[in-house]
Design a binder for this molecule. Sequence first.
Ligand SMILES: [Zn+2]
Ligand SMILES: [Zn+2]
Length: 168
Amino acid sequence: MTTSIIEAAKSGRSKCGGCKKKIEKGALRFGEYNDRYESYRWYHLVCGAAIDARDFVEATEEFEGDVGDVDAILEEAKNIGKGTKTPRVEPASSARSSCVVCSEKIKPKGVLRGVLYYEVDVDNWRKGNTHVGCMAEVSDLGRDDLIDQVLENSLLDDEQREEVIAQI
Ligand SMILES: [Zn+2]
Ligand SMILES: [Zn+2]
């Protein structure tokens, strides 16, 4: 059961729960109902669709007015959160991180590195960096699923995508 809604913002004071920016007065916003606080958490439509696509679509069906192109909003939402989810690859921000698989340094700065959760101990997962080629060693996903997820979660150009597919 959903109680999430879409409505025009009644004031310009609400802040988006996704991107943290203000939601303009009158702009359509997506409200995710929080049972515990008995209140809505507001999002820009795209940010809301990124948080919970299914709830968002249900809310658009309930909404009496014109939401616009829902498919286009969902498509745009896919790009939100890219570069923050795991597993992903990203350019190393320094040459100081070490690979949690082989313990070698990940260098030079700017080289693609993996970011993922790995099991340090039984049921104890920690986020760490790996060489792209070492990711599959510690991922709980099979190689194909790992590649799929990494490509979905990472901001990459075509050349980098090829590199990732070749190396994982
Ligand atoms: Zn937002
Ligand atoms: Zn490694």
